[in-house]
Design a protein around this ligand. Structure first.
Ligand SMILES: Cc1cc2nc3c(=O)[nH]c(=O)nc-3n(C[C@H](O)[C@H](O)[C@H](O)COP(=O)(O)O)c2cc1C
Length: 227
């Protein structure tokens, strides 16, 4: 497909228009729009076109029941991971960027960095899907190895960009992958593996939570051109 003069400007708007949204309006996304968005997301690339993502889209009464189950699991410290999460995986500049992100997000939520209870408030907010009417959970087949997370990650970004194009906001959430057994039990899933979820719906633009902007590294910090 060849580019037209407008396409770079559209790409800028689309890619920079997607942001992690942490306050949503309760209005659901119409069924037709859901169908269009998830159909478009299926155009994502994958290794050998394997398309290993198995997506569970949860809305309505099941969404409410899932949130309740997650909050109860959190109170019982019933964390269960399909893919382990360990803070020590971050190194180099990522450590600094992660701290910067935490400071910006905490201040947008009015929480002090050393506020221990504040961290619990944030996790609970994640488990309420930030008020979003829908959540899409990214599962993979039972034997999926970490490498296949590449494909699911590319699918997820394609999905979020499709949402952005339709005026639908999203928040990718690794935190939903801290309660894999609870999610499987609530949705009646036997053995597929969960890596993360994406809450989505219409953004509450009036919320200070949605005013936070995360800066990016200068190009030279992440990218070298060899000639
Ligand atoms: C795989 C992944 C997992 C994430 N997990 C969470 C999460 O659990 N909770 C949350 O509030 N944000 C989460 N985020 C959102 C990031 O913090 C956010 O994308 C990043 O700070 C850049 O900000 P932006 O998306 O607004 O540009 C996650 C993002 C990704 C890609």
């Amino acid at each position: 497909m060849s580019s037209t003069p407008l396409m770079p400007a559209y790409a800028e708007r689309l890619i920079r228009g997607r942001r992690a949204t942490r306050a949503f309006l309760p209005a659901p996304v119409p069924e037709r729009t859901l169908h269009d968005i998830f159909t478009l997301a299926g155009a994502a690339p994958s290794s050998s076109n394997t398309q290993p993502w198995l997506v569970e889209v949860v809305s309505g009464e099941t969404r409410d029941r899932l949130s309740k189950a997650l909050l109860a699991a959190k109170e019982e410290n019933a964390f269960t991971f399909d893919y382990p999460y360990d803070d020590t995986m971050y190194s180099g500049n990522s450590v600094r960027w992660r701290q910067d992100m935490g400071a910006r997000m905490y201040s947008s939520l009015g929480i002090a960095r050393d506020d221990h209870e504040g961290r619990h408030v944030i996790l609970r907010d994640n488990l309420r899907f930030f008020g979003a009417p829908h959540v899409a959970l990214m599962f993979m087949p039972p034997n999926a190895e970490e490498r296949m997370a590449n494909d699911t990650g590319l699918y997820a970004q394609t999905l979020m960009l499709a949402m952005t194009a339709h005026g639908v906001a999203s928040c990718p959430q690794a935190s939903l992958g801290f309660f894999c057994d609870t999610i499987r039990e609530t949705l009646g899933i036997s053995d597929n593996k969960l890596i993360f979820g994406i809450s989505f719906g219409y953004a509450d633009e009036s919320s200070p939570r949605n005013q936070v902007r995360m800066p990016r590294a200068e190009l030279a910090e992440t990218t070298r051109f060899h000639r």
